[in-house]
Design a protein around this ligand. Structure first.
Ligand SMILES: C[S@@+](CC[C@H](N)C(=O)[O-])C[C@H]1O[C@@H](n2cnc3c(N)ncnc32)[C@H](O)[C@@H]1O
Length: 255
């Protein structure tokens, strides 16, 4: 297990983070944090079940975009239980990987599965107020987390802030199913079956999986997300989809 560093994220504190910001979560942020706190113990198992384990392959493919070199320092923001960080460490064992998330139960669930010395350091932190200095990471990555950050534009600016010039960003997220033959089935699965099954199997009182479905529907399409990344501003923005066509990988570079 790794050391888990707790940076306070709730209101009522006038303590400044090392980046000189006030850790503060608004009502919406607190709601989302509570929702992930609740589903944390079953999050990994339900991910495997609902994606037929293809989510592990998505993360392995997506981390390649960072082109991580030995010694690089990479942040996995909204890391949850750390699967993306682990996928990167499998490919780049010489990298220094830090996972941050504002849900302590998600981090704890991740922490309990890291049995090797090659595991990410975990920090409890809000992606909108990262406790890191400017220009300190060679790479930043987020899997299935950016759509939960209450202010996407501010989140992208914050990720840019901590990247060094030339540092790379990667975002892995759901997108509208590209294959129009599969689209009706995918929409039914995503918007009808998955929320019902998810709410039931996770035992969620707050209907967390209904919220997750809504957040996918509210999420910008791949081209619109690319525009937002350009506005951060980041450069060399590219995106591609992964099999079966309902997830997109966006990559960009800080100029
Ligand atoms: C759907 S999970 C994805 C977790 C992980 N990245 C993965 O690939 O499985 C979304 C995560 O984002 C975190 N999250 C959402 N908004 C956040 C914020 N503003 N700051 C930090 N973490 C946040 C949640 O706590 C949750 O663990």
């Amino acid at each position: 297990m790794t050391k888990l560093i707790d940076v306070p994220t709730t209101s009522g504190s006038d303590r400044e983070s090392s980046a000189g910001r006030h850790p503060f979560l608004d009502k919406e942020g607190q709601k989302i944090q509570g929702l992930f706190d609740e589903i944390a113990p079953r999050y990994d198992r339900l991910n495997r079940l609902f994606s037929f384990s293809i989510d592990l392959w998505w993360r392995r493919r997506a981390v390649r975009s960072l082109r991580t070199r030995p010694g690089d320092r990479v942040l996995d923001a909204c890391c949850g239980t750390g699967d993306l960080a682990m996928a990167l460490l499998e490919q780049a064992p010489e990298a220094e990987v830090i996972g941050s998330d504002f849900s302590l139960p998600m981090l704890q669930a991740g922490n309990s599965k890291f049995l090797t010395t090659r595991s990410p350091a975990l920090v409890r932190a809000d992606t909108l107020h990262l406790p890191f200095d400017d220009c300190t990471f060679d790479g930043a990555m987020v899997a299935f987390g950016m759509r939960n950050v209450v202010d996407l534009d501010a989140g992208l600016r914050e990720l840019r802030r901590i990247l060094k010039p030339g540092g790379r960003l990667m975002i892995l997220e759901f997108t509208e199913m590209q294959n129009r033959w599969i689209r009706p089935f995918s929409t039914f699965y995503q918007s009808q079956l998955l929320p019902r099954l998810g709410n039931r199997l996770s035992g969620s009182q707050v209907k967390a999986y209904s919220y997750l479905d809504e957040s996918v529907r509210d999420w910008p399409d791949a081209e619109r997300l690319a525009e937002k990344i350009r506005s951060a501003p980041l450069h060399a923005v590219r995106h591609h989809t992964l099999f079966p066509g309902n997830v997109a990988v966006h990559e960009a570079v800080r100029g």
